[in-house]
Design a protein around this ligand. Structure first.
Ligand SMILES: *Cc1c(COP(=O)(O)O)cnc(C)c1O
Length: 372
C-alpha cells in the first residue's frame, strides 16, 4: 500500500471549526441516575415483550416508519402528514436547523435551555441569539419579542424548559408564533407528561408552529432513540426531505405501538414522579436549600460555590446528579432528576450527608445571596 502524502486531515467547514465540543457526562453511570432526566426505573413491560419476539429476519429489512407515524398521529389527534418520527428529538432539532438556517439567519433561544439547540445551530452558518431568562428563570416573553428580527428563522422553546423546569403559557407561545411568522417556532414538549399542558391542538392552525415530543423521558425509551415532530403539512413535507428515511430503527418502530398502548404504565410512572417531586420540594424547604419550582421530572437547586464538591459527594454515595453551574445564569446550580418515591428518599438521605460533608450552611448561603 502506498503511503498518503497528506500531512494533515481535510479541513472542515468554518462553522465546524468554531463549534464547541459537546460531551455529555456519560462514562461510568453506575448508581442511581438522577443526571439525565430519564425514566429512573424501566419502560413498560409490554415493550419488553415485543422486544423478546423480534426475530432475526425482522432485522434484515429496512425500517418502515409510515404505519407507526399514522399511529402516533392518531394518538395526538393529528393527520399522518402532520407527523414525522425522528431518531430522538435530537434528530428533530438537527433537521430543523438544516431545513431553516442559512448564512445570515438567526436562531432565537431563551436561555438557559436545552444544549442541543445551540450545538446543531452552531454547525450551520446562522447566528445563535440567546435571550436570558428573567429573574427566577421566568419566561422572558417581552425580551424575546424584542429580539425577533427579519433574520429570525428558528425559535426553540422547551416547555417545560431544562434545566429550570419553568414553563411558558399558551398565550406567551402564541404571541411569539404570531409575532414571528417568518420563523419556525419549535415547542419542545419533552417533559409534557409531567406538566400536562400542550400546544398539540394548535398544530395546523399556525403554519409556523412545530411541536416535538420524545419517548426518552416519561416512556423510559432513551436507548431506543425515538422522538417526533409535528407541524403543518407543508412544513413536515420540507422536513421530511432533509430527514433520512431510515433514521428510526426497526426496534424502535416495533416497540412504539406497545409503549403508546400501555397508558396504565405511563400514568403510574408520572403519578409516582409527581408525588416524589412534591416530597423533594418539602425536603429542600426543610433543609433550606434554594430551588426553583419545576413542572418537569427534575428540580434545579442552588448549592453555591461548592456545587462541584456536592455533586462529587453525592456520586460517592451512589447518586448521580448534573452540575449545571456553567449554564447561563445558573452559577452554583445542580439539577436533580426526580424518580420514584423510594429513590428520592434514598437521594434525600445522601443529600443531607453531602451538604454536611461540604460544610454547607443554609444561613451563610442566604446571607451571601442577599449581598450579591
Ligand atoms: C432530553 C431532551 C430532549 C432529547 O430527547 P431525545 O428524544 O432523547 O433526543 C429534547 N429536548 C429536551 C428539552 C430534552 O430535555
Amino acid at each position: 500500500m502506498p503511503e498518503s502524502t497528506l500531512t494533515t486531515s481535510p479541513k472542515p467547514r468554518a462553522a465546524v471549526l468554531r463549534m464547541k465540543e459537546y460531551h455529555p457526562p456519560l462514562g461510568n453511570r453506575n448508581g442511581l441516575r438522577l443526571d439525565f432526566n430519564e425514566n429512573t426505573l424501566e419502560c413498560s413491560p409490554a415493550v419488553l415483550r415485543v422486544l423478546r419476539e423480534i426475530g432475526s429476519s425482522d432485522l434484515t429489512r429496512y425500517p418502515e416508519r409510515e404505519p407507526v407515524e399514522r399511529l402516533v398521529a392518531e394518538h395526538l389527534g393529528l393527520a399522518a402528514e402532520q407527523v414525522l418520527l425522528t431518531n430522538g428529538v435530537d434528530e428533530a432539532i438537527h433537521v430543523l436547523c438544516e431545513t431553516y438556517l442559512d448564512a445570515g439567519d438567526e436562531i432565537l433561544l431563551p436561555i438557559p435551555t436545552y444544549s442541543m439547540y445551540e450545538v446543531y445551530a452552531s454547525a450551520t452558518e446562522a447566528k445563535v441569539v440567546g435571550v436570558q431568562a428573567a429573574a427566577d428563570f421566568e419566561f422572558p416573553l417581552e425580551r424575546l419579542l424584542n429580539a425577533v428580527t427579519p433574520a429570525t428563522k428558528l425559535i426553540a422553546i422547551a416547555n417545560p424548559n431544562s434545566p429550570t423546569g419553568k414553563t411558558a403559557t399558551r398565550e406567551q407561545i402564541l404571541k411569539i408564533v404570531e409575532h414571528a411568522p417568518q420563523a419556525a417556532v419549535l415547542v419542545d414538549e419533552a417533559y409534557f407528561h409531567f406538566f400536562g399542558n400542550t400546544v398539540a391542538d394548535l398544530i395546523g392552525r399556525f403554519p409556523n408552529l412545530l411541536l416535538a415530543r420524545t419517548f426518552s423521558k416519561a416512556y423510559g425509551l432513551a436507548g431506543l432513540r425515538i422522538g417526533m415532530l409535528a407541524g403543518d403539512v407543508e412544513s413536515v413535507r420540507w422536513l421530511r426531505r432533509v430527514t433520512s428515511p431510515y433514521s428510526v430503527n426497526s426496534l424502535a418502530l416495533a416497540c412504539l405501538p406497545a409503549a403508546l398502548d400501555d397508558k396504565e404504565y405511563l400514568d403510574w410512572y408520572v403519578r409516582e414522579v409527581l408525588s416524589a417531586r412534591a416530597e423533594l420540594f418539602s425536603a429542600l424547604e426543610a433543609l433550606k436549600v434554594p430551588y426553583w419550582t419545576s413542572e418537569a421530572n427534575f428540580v434545579l437547586v442552588k448549592i453555591g460555590a461548592k456545587h462541584a464538591q456536592f455533586v462529587d459527594q453525592m456520586r460517592q454515595r451512589g447518586i448521580l446528579l448534573r452540575d449545571r453551574s456553567s449554564d447561563p445564569g445558573c452559577n452554583g446550580c445542580v439539577r436533580i432528576t426526580v424518580g420514584t418515591g423510594a429513590q428520592m428518599m434514598t437521594a434525600v438521605e445522601a443529600l443531607i450527608e453531602s451538604l454536611d460533608e461540604i460544610g454547607w450552611n443554609a444561613t451563610a448561603q442566604q446571607e451571601k445571596d442577599a449581598t450579591t
